[in-house]
Design a protein around this ligand. Sequence first.
Ligand code: ZN
Length: 164
Amino acid sequence: MAIRAIRELGEECLRKKCKEVTFITPRTHLLVKDMFDTMYRANGVGLAAPQVGILKRIVVIDCGEEPYVLINPVILETSGEQTGFEGCLSVPGKSGVVTRPQYVKAKAMNLRGESYILEGEGLLARAICHECDHLEGKVYVDLVEGRLYDNEELEELEELEEES
Ligand code: ZN
C-alpha cells in the first residue's frame, strides 16, 4: 500500500490539461492502486491523477457501491440537474455549492484496456463530472455558487438549522 501526497489548490499540476493514456503498463496499475489507497485514506469518493501530480487522464471513483477506474473518460450524455455541496481532497476542509447534472453517461477504458460505459445518478454523476473536470485542469471552486465554506462552519450552520 502506498499513499501519495495529495496536491493542493495553488499547485500548478491541478491547472494543467492531462494527456491521454496510450498504453496500460505495470506503472499504470501501480498508479491506480496508489490512487485508491490515497483516496480511501483521505475518505474521498474520487481522485484524479493530477491530484497526485501525474498529468494523465486517469480517475478513480468509489461512492460506496463499487470502485471504478476510468482511463481516458469521455462524458457522452448528461441530463437533469442537482445543486448541492461539493468538496475536493485538493481543497481540504472546505465545501461549496455546485450545480451538476443529475445523470451522467460516460465512456472510459478499464485497466484491461477494455472500453466500457458507466452510468451514474446523484453522487456518482457528481463525482464523474468533478473528476473529469480535473483532467482539464478545472477545480470545482471555479463553479461554486456563492462562496466556499469551512466544513466546521457548515456543521455549526446545520446545528442551528436543526435547533430552529
Ligand atoms: Zn477534486
